[in-house]
Design a protein around this ligand. Structure first.
Ligand code: NAD
Length: 508
């Protein structure tokens, strides 16, 4: 028999162990709930608009100092953060499971992602390269220099409560910028814990300016204050497309930079030659993993008519048998939805799918004894006659819409015929199909995979998507450039002043 976990008690023990002051999460005005049990686990103090402005000013003061610290030295702080995260992995991973409802391996995996991005950023701290460019003028040199940008605001979503912060913070700090973080109001405790871990790294580092990293607890109005403040140079905002539609224009209005990481409506295509065993596993993890609450969750599946009757029954069997349950007490593969709102959204989408002729299996609530306010569901698989209605939108829940296709060109059209453009995959052993999927007239997403699922990206690549996903990129590759300002420098070491393009301007 498994031991029953007291979620509140365990939360308190983890926060104490990680050094988060009790005053920060008891007796406050904002309640925080665990989706695992549905119970209230903390009452946090929120910040006011005035306190937000003060925090941003303090971050700006930190910027003035930190930008002058050599980048490899800045990398040393992130190296220490990586060490502290390694030491805290079990506790922080468990807290992610408690607060976001992720199964244990995914909670730990999220912290591993934080560690990985720290390692990446440490290496990056010695590689913030600019180009040297051939100049058309004799005795001149032209080059690019990359400078720190300024205060970076981070707005994050509930479903990756700590990894998204680290993707941004590790890069921003190595690039010479302080960060001010507004976490999701659904997952504030993991933010406080991450900040406490950061402060341990800071204490070991020594000479860093105060307020290099701050957390602001509050609702979206705090996010809005970050967006509107003239001393926030870049806002990296992760969340729904609805949020991005509000944040994007406000940032553009004051010409601030943005990294928008918004909703996805990710699709997979299963071709006639696909390895169906491999496809089945990738689809199952992509669509049901994290209870369908990843931005990269597989939501639409196009299956070629020649393999449809073989794959889809196997998929339905996998759906019917997947274990749903408390991620803290069982080895279930699917944990809870974040809250009632998510459950209601899922039921609404399923009803709409039925109205469009969809054939729904699963989707019903799974009762967890004594947990009336927790929302566990059977993942749903919906066979659709065509791509219509709710299939065109992201519903942040485990619903997989399955559609039959016969023509490759037509399925590519359907694949791209939605607002979002985050992640995509094709399952095929046919080189022409896979190359076409990756070509200019193939998938229009920021992530396009062959023979792996849509979710579970590595940190080494730039992460993000096109269209209504917002166009931002963060994490690996050259995503660091968004956190720096580029200066083009031309140096004249000759004794003449030739003008570019052969222009003459001779004064007496
Ligand atoms: P959400 O949009 O409800 O909230 C995200 C964050 O934005 C929260 O911190 C919230 O307080 C803040 N916010 C909301 N409105 C705001 C406004 N007008 N101004 C400033 N801040 C505002 O999203 P959620 O429910 O927490 O997360 C789920 C969504 O996030 C899904 O759509 C998912 O696809 C998306 N997501 C995208 C990525 C990605 O990298 N593309 C990653 C994770 C989640």
């Amino acid at each position: 028999m498994t031991k029953t976990v007291d979620v509140s008690q365990e939360t308190a023990a983890i926060l104490d162990k990680l050094g988060v002051a009790r005053s920060a999460w008891t007796g406050g005005d904002m309640a925080s709930f665990s989706p695992v049990s549905g119970e209230e686990i903390a009452r946090l103090k929120t910040v006011s608009a005035a306190e937000t402005a003060t925090a941003i000013e303090a971050a700006h003061a930190a910027f003035k100092e930190w930008r002058l610290v050599p980048a490899p030295k800045r990398g040393e702080l992130i190296r220490l953060l990586g060490e502290e995260l390694r030491a805290a992995k079990e506790d922080l991973g468990r807290l992610v499971s408690i607060e976001a409802g992720k199964i244990t391996s995914e909670g730990l995996g999220e912290v591993q992602e934080m560690i990985d991005i720290c390692d990446f950023a440490v290496g990056l701290s010695r590689q913030l390269y600019g180009l040297t460019i051939a100049t058309e003028r004799p005795g001149h040199r032209m080059m690019e220099t990359w400078h720190p940008l300024g205060v970076v605001g981070i707005i994050s979503a509930f479903n990756f409560p700590v990894a998204v912060w680290s993707w941004n913070a590790a890069l921003a700090i190595v690039c010479g910028n302080p960060v001010v973080w507004k976490p999701s109001e659904k997952t504030p405790l993991t933010a406080l814990a991450s900040q406490a871990i950061f402060e341990r790294a800071l204490a070991r580092f020594g000479a860093a300016p105060k307020n290099l990293s701050q957390v602001l607890i509050g609702d979206r109005t705090i996010g809005e204050a970050l967006v509107d403040h003239p001393k926030v140079a870049l806002v990296s905002a992760t969340g729904s497309t609805r949020m991005g539609k509000e944040v994007g224009p406000r940032l553009a209005k004051r010409f601030a930079r943005s990294i928008l990481e918004l909703g996805g409506n990710n699709a997979g295509i299963v071709c006639p030659s696909a390895d169906l065993d491999m496809a089945l596993r990738a689809i199952a993890f992509g669509a049901m993993g994290t209870a369908g609450q990843r931005c990269t969750t597989l939501r639409r599946l196009f299956v070629h008519e020649s393999v449809y009757d073989e794959l889809v029954p196997r998929l339905k069997k996998a759906y019917a048998s997947v274990s749903v349950g408390n991620p803290l007490e069982t080895s279930a593969l699917v944990g809870p939805l974040v809250d009632k709102l998510a459950f209601d959204g899922m039921q609404k989408a399923l009803a709409a799918a039925k109205a469009e002729g969809g054939n729904v299996s699963g989707g019903e609530r799974v009762a967890e004894a004594g947990k009336e306010t927790a929302y566990y569901v059977k993942p749903a698989i919906v066979e659709m006659p065509k791509q219509a209605g709710p299939v065109l939108e992201e519903t942040f829940a485990p619903i997989l819409y399955v559609m039959k296709y016969s023509d490759f060109d037509a399925v590519l059209e359907d694949h791209n015929a939605v607002g979002a453009g985050l992640s995509s995959s094709i399952f095929t052993l046919n080189m022409q199909e896979s190359e076409r999927f990756l070509a200019a007239d193939g998938s229009d997403c920021g992530i396009a995979n062959v023979n792996i699922g849509t979710s579970g990206a590595e940190i080494g690549g730039a992460f993000g998507g096109e269209k209504e996903t917002g166009g931002g990129r963060e994490s690996g590759s050259d995503a660091w450039r968004a956190y720096m300002r580029r200066a083009t420098n031309t140096v004249n070491y000759s004794k003449a002043l030739p003008l570019a393009q052969g222009v003459t301007f001779d004064i007496e």
